[in-house]
Design a binder for this molecule. Structure first.
Ligand SMILES: [Zn+2]
Ligand SMILES: [Zn+2]
Length: 178
């Protein structure tokens, strides 16, 4: 999501502009797509750059962590990030930043691109193990059948803890007999 901000950068400190944003589908890096995005972006002129205040609702496509079905997960993202220019808008001279500054940058043609921030905040706020429904039965570990659709004939998975105990018992039995 890009904003051309050469006008905003020419305004006095404290000037704020408001955008209503709407994107049916916003492709970010790394195969990340936000869908049905809508919300607001405020850009506030600071002494160094522009402070972006972003508040959006959207959805992401994820895979159910048990059955791998594709699901849409609703997300609310709200964050503030200060974007600093690469070039001085009045003189065109490169802007040097103090050491240790790790702000997002406005590029050399005065485009402020929110995509990377949206991607990072999206990763921080989505669930790690999403489920298509709370009681998803997942895939059979033996035949791979989706157990939400049908049951399979596979024998139940033996619990490996009991298996270890059974081995131990028979070893003890063998020991007693000798
Ligand atoms: Zn599932
Ligand atoms: Zn099975």
């Amino acid at each position: 999501m890009r904003f051309h901000v050469s006008q905003e950068l020419r305004q006095p400190v404290g000037t704020q502009v408001h955008y209503d944003v709407q994107e049916p589908s916003l492709f970010l890096d790394d195969d990340v797509t936000l869908v049905d995005l809508n919300g607001t972006v405020e850009l506030l002129r600071t002494d160094m750059g522009l402070l972006a205040t972003v508040t959006v609702a959207c959805a992401t496509r994820q895979q159910c962590s048990r059955c791998l079905a594709e699901i849409q997960h609703p997300l609310r993202l709200s964050f503030q990030e200060e974007y600093l220019p690469t070039l001085d808008v009045l003189t065109g001279a490169p802007m040097s930043l103090p050491d240790g500054t790790d702000n997002f940058r406005i590029d050399a043609v005065y485009v402020l691109n929110l995509d990377e921030a949206l991607r990072q905040y999206k990763l921080m706020s989505e669930p790690l193990n999403p489920l298509c429904r709370p009681d998803c039965r997942g895939l059979c570990p033996r035949c791979g059948l989706n157990l939400n659709e049908r049951s399979c004939k596979c024998p139940p998975q033996p619990d490996s803890r009991w298996e270890a105990l059974a081995k131990l018992n028979s070893a003890l039995d063998a020991g007693e007999r000798s």
